[in-house]
Write a protein that binds this ligand. Structure first.
Ligand code: OGA
Ligand code: MN
Length: 292
């Protein structure tokens, strides 16, 4: 197999070259991707033309059961731009393919991505790999930043590690959406995504390394007074996203970036999103097959 894996950063992130995700991959290549993501947590694949939806879905399906999104449809009043529920629309485009207006609700929903998070931590069945494909990108801005939650954990003082052991955080998508500006959410919408609790420090299931499991979705620490829990979550988030733990990806159309949600956090960054289209599509593998 003629591909190579080149580290992008001292602790994590690697570019995989010589592997074309526009073609079906052999089982040995999929194994190599899994081995590389377990080690590097973020993988970059560059292509001179973007993947099609089918090619992106095929790559995702080879790596695990895919998340199917039903809720965005509701937020957009029934209409979706992308017909396949496994293909998550991270663009600033409406169903008509035009840039969504400033007051659009799903624009506010996606603005929540500008906060440090990991995908689907608000569900019991968490996201494992996210695979984001750049179809159209703006001329400036809109990098995606990643933080290594294993390196951040490793660098904590020992007494801090002891304090954090066994603590759980509650995660709710509505908590992070309110921070992003989406506040007019109905009880019916809220009921589609109830909160979930997860250990703040977990052992990564495939590498065995310990990692912080943090996200903007985390509202409080279970069993702690609200303020005390918030202070801890804010402090850990600021600590874990310092420059020594961060890789910023500058997109080119055709790039595919795959990240491990159980080992990293990420966030989008701003650009002139009323002026320029940004068409990004994501497929996401989950810990288990989704219940229907
Ligand atoms: C995502 C996400 C950020 C970006 O797709 O999960 O958070 O820069 N994206 O598009
Ligand atoms: Mn995300």
């Amino acid at each position: 197999m003629g591909f190579s894996v080149t580290p992008l950063n001292p602790t994590f992130g690697a570019e995989v070259s010589g592997m074309d995700l526009r073609k079906p991959l052999a089982a040995a290549e999929i194994d190599a991707v899994v081995e590389a993501i377990n080690r590097y947590a973020v993988l970059v694949f560059r292509h001179d033309t973007p993947l099609t939806d089918e090619q992106q879905l095929a790559f995702g399906r080879a790596l695990g059961p895919l998340q199917k999104l039903k809720m965005i449809k509701m937020l957009q009043g029934g209409a979706t731009r992308l017909a396949t529920p496994e293909l998550i629309d991270v663009s600033n485009l409406g169903p008509d393919g035009k840039i969504r207006p400033a007051d659009d609700r799903s624009r506010k929903y996606n603005d929540g991505n500008l906060l440090w998070h990991t995908d689907v931590s608000f569900d019991d069945n968490r996201a494992v790999y996210s695979i984001l494909s750049a179809r159209v990108i703006p001329p400036v801005g809109a990098d995606t930043e990643f933080a290594d939650m294993r390196a951040a954990y490793d660098a904590l003082p020992d007494e801090r590690k002891v304090e954090l052991e066994g603590l759980k955080a509650e995660h709710s998508v509505w908590y992070s959406r309110a921070l992003g500006g989406l506040t007019d959410v109905s009880e019916e919408e809220k009921a589609t995504r109830p909160p979930s609790q997860h250990l703040l420090v977990h052992s990564h299931p495939r590498s065995g390394r310990k990692a912080l499991y943090l996200a903007s979705h985390a509202s409080h620490i279970v069993g702690w007074p609200r303020e005390k829990g918030r202070a801890l979550l804010d402090e850990l988030t600021a600590y874990a996203t310092q420059p020594q733990f961060v890789y910023a990806h500058k997109w080119q159309a055709g790039d595919v970036v795959m990240w491990d949600n159980l080992a990293t956090m990420h966030r989008g960054t701003t650009f002139d999103n009323l002026q320029y289209p940004r068409d990004m599509r994501r497929v996401t593998t989950l810990e288990r097959e989704m219940a229907v």
